[in-house]
Design a protein around this ligand. Structure first.
Ligand SMILES: Nc1ncnc2[nH]cnc12
Ligand SMILES: [Zn+2]
Length: 329
């Protein structure tokens, strides 16, 4: 039995495997700037977050119809369930699709149809989180969020992603106020490449329930004390951090130290099609190079469910599965 986990940090656009990118491009008659799939694959080497985002945003244009979003979501969920995921809180970037002329309705309906299919086929429960681009004006994010809410598109929460440095969370305070006032869950990427101060801002100004990444918190002892005291969830993505060079190597990753400090960390895959693997590969990175034992892995899995936006009864059901895994290891 694979370690049962909740996947809380996963971007739909980052789950498009090269095969699917080429298949959808052909189906939708979209010309990509690659000569072949080998040419595409040769570009999966990144120097920082931006170098990855450039490729991600080029490739996602192959998603054109509601059915494409459904197909991509189902393909992801199939990989996810194989890697131990029992519950997923899926991110998508609405701005990336609306700016290409797609309607919010077709994007959200396609993803929702895929999530429903995944629940039916593999029992994976789900939430859907719309992430706003921090490199775009906050006024655009607010306008889009108001449309999502007013037109009652079924989302469960909002997040903040894309280029981090130079785009502090403080810019988005009004967006988050609006989201909280309308009963949406709130999370934000912070402290991936950006400084620990961005984590303070996400907590104090955006009042987020979870921090995505957050690894740079270890540079600020006062911040760590606060995160531990309030048990703020940090959704850590080891393979992403290595591939985007947020850490020098997997051996230098702060995950073991973060667990030791009593931080509420869990492990996730971010953009698995780009970073070399799904949940199981990220867990494997935590086991071998980082030397975590079975008790620590079970703790990571418990943290993932406790940090999710699931109802209490479903959380308890999954926590019992983690206990079963822990008893067997
Ligand atoms: N790791 C990441 N950081 C910021 N934005 C992203 N969009 C997709 N993956 C991301
Ligand atoms: Zn991310």
């Amino acid at each position: 039995m694979k370690l049962p986990v909740a996947e809380l940090h996963i971007h739909l656009e980052g789950t498009l495997e090269p095969d699917m990118i080429m298949e959808l491009a052909a189906k939708n008659s979209i010309e990509l700037p690659y000569e072949s799939i080998e040419d595409l694959k040769a570009r999966y080497s990144f120097t920082n977050l931006q170098s990855f985002l450039d490729l991600l945003y080029t490739n996602l244009i192959v998603l054109r119809t509601s059915e494409d979003f459904q197909q991509a979501t189902v393909a992801y969920l199939e990989n996810a369930q194989r890697s131990g995921v029992r519950h997923v809180e899926l991110f998508f970037d609405p701005q990336a699709h609306v700016e290409r002329g797609l309607s919010l309705a077709e994007v959200v309906a396609g993803i929702r149809a895929g999530l429903a299919e995944g629940e039916e086929r593999w029992g994976i429960t789900h939430k859907l989180i719309a992430c706003f681009w921090r490199h775009a004006p906050a006024s655009d994010a607010l306008e889009l969020l108001q449309t999502l809410v007013e037109e009652k598109h079924p989302i469960d929460g909002i997040g903040l992603d894309s280029s981090e440095i130079g785009f502090p969370p403080s810019l988005f305070a009004k967006v988050y106020d609006y989201a909280r006032e309308h009963g949406l869950h709130v999370v934000a990427h912070a402290g991936e490449e950006g400084p620990a101060d961005y984590i303070w801002q996400a907590l104090d100004l955006l009042k987020v329930e979870r921090i995505d990444h957050g690894i740079r918190c270890v540079e600020d002892r006062t911040l760590v004390r606060r995160l531990v005291a309030e048990q703020i969830p940090l959704t850590v993505c080891p393979l992403s951090n290595v591939r985007l060079r947020a850490v020098d190597s997997i051996h230098a990753h702060p995950l073991p130290q973060m667990l030791e400090m009593g931080l509420n960390v869990s492990v996730h895959s971010d953009d698995p099609a780009y970073f070399g693997g799904y949940m199981d590969a990220n867990i494997a990175a935590a086991i071998k190079p980082l030397g975590l034992n079975a008790a620590q892995l079970a703790q990571l899995a418990r943290n993932s469910f406790n940090s999710s936006f699931l109802d209490e009864a479903t959380k308890q059901k999954y926590l019992a599965e983690v206990q079963e895994w822990a008893d067997a290891h």
